[in-house]
Design a protein around this ligand. Structure first.
Ligand code: ATP
Ligand code: MG
Length: 278
């Protein structure tokens, strides 16, 4: 099977055999599809232009971000082959993540083993480092925005979308809330290091099975914010010292103190987990 599509060649939904729906997003639906008379499988994200346009500036931003996304090529980033507009739809041709959402896997297993967590975290770090070299900050790293490919490798998805699609809906709001970095909570200028903080939150959620800064619903966001700004993390006893050290080297209050993404694969806990026999 060819591993890519030539850009600009497909300009109509008629070019596909549309298969089962894969899911539904805020602006449209995602379908499994196959390019007519080939074996090229992909995910089609079909967006309703009218709905995008009803959100101020969303369409311009969507188009600009689509341009960026289309230029990205990394094994741990969901690939966008191309996109086109047809009638009242905007169609994004995306790499199909055969094993679906990380979020679902995590809920199924409750939490991941440290070995599995280390593998996933390394892959997310690699994808993020790539985005950062392109001056793209993901801003919304969390299990809901990570997918799993055919070989079980992580695929970062949905980046940039957070910029123009304010996160609504309960789960998104809660999820996003506790992935916020201290500098974001405090309304300070922020940069790439917010993704490193989020990687630390993600590592915690993988290993522990819940978010590090969650608080009672009744307490509202203020308590979560307070816990974030104090880096008030508690670890259950089953978490190894290596994992704690790893997570805490990412969850540093000062952005400049956070471990650079390039050093993630060299951290002793990662090295130890990755050398464990399968
Ligand atoms: P938003 O519109 O805010 O991005 P969302 O993340 O819920 O909302 P989509 O990104 O449109 O929605 O995706 C909807 C669902 O379709 C996802 O939750 C996922 O299950 C599925 N999906 C999306 N992209 C892919 C893909 N590349 N491969 C496989 N499944 C996908
Ligand atoms: Mg999405």
């Amino acid at each position: 099977m060819a591993d890519t599509l030539e850009p600009g060649r497909i300009t109509s939904l008629r070019a596909f055999d549309i298969g089962r729906p894969l899911g539904k997003g805020r602006f449209g639906k995602v379908y499994l599809a196959r390019v007519n008379s080939t074996d090229f499988i992909l995910a089609l994200k079909v967006l309703d232009r009218e709905e995008i346009m009803s959100t101020p500036r969303a369409e311009t931003q969507a188009l600009r971000e689509i341009e960026v996304m289309r230029s990205l090529r990394h094994p741990n980033v969901v690939r966008m082959y191309d996109f086109f507009a047809e009638d009242d739809r905007l169609v994004l041709m995306l790499e199909y993540a055969a094993h679906g959402e990380m979020f679902i896997q995590l809920r199924k297993r409750k939490r991941f083993s440290e070995r599995r967590s280390a593998k996933y975290i390394c892959e997310v770090a690699d994808g993020l480092a790539y985005l950062h070299t392109k001056d793209i900050i993901h801003r919304d790293i969390k299990p809901e925005n990570l997918f799993l490919g055919l070989d079980g490798q992580v695929k970062i998805g949905d980046f940039g979308w957070s910029v123009h699609s304010p996160t609504e809906g309960q789960r998104t709001l809660c999820g996003t809330l506790s992935y916020l970095s201290p500098e974001m909570v405090l309304g300070l200028p922020h940069g790439k290091a917010i993704d490193i903080w989020a990687l630390g939150v993600l590592a915690y959620e993988f290993i522990v099975g819940k978010e590090p800064f969650e608080a009672d619903d009744s307490a509202g966001p203020r308590l979560v914010h307070k816990r974030i700004c104090n880096c008030d993390v508690q670890f259950p006893s089953f978490v190894s010292d290596g994992a704690k050290d790893f997570i805490l080297s990412l969850l540093q209050l000062k952005p400049e103190d956070r471990m650079p993404l390039e050093q993630v694969p060299e951290h002793p806990w990662i090295v130890a987990m990755r050398s464990k026999s399968r």
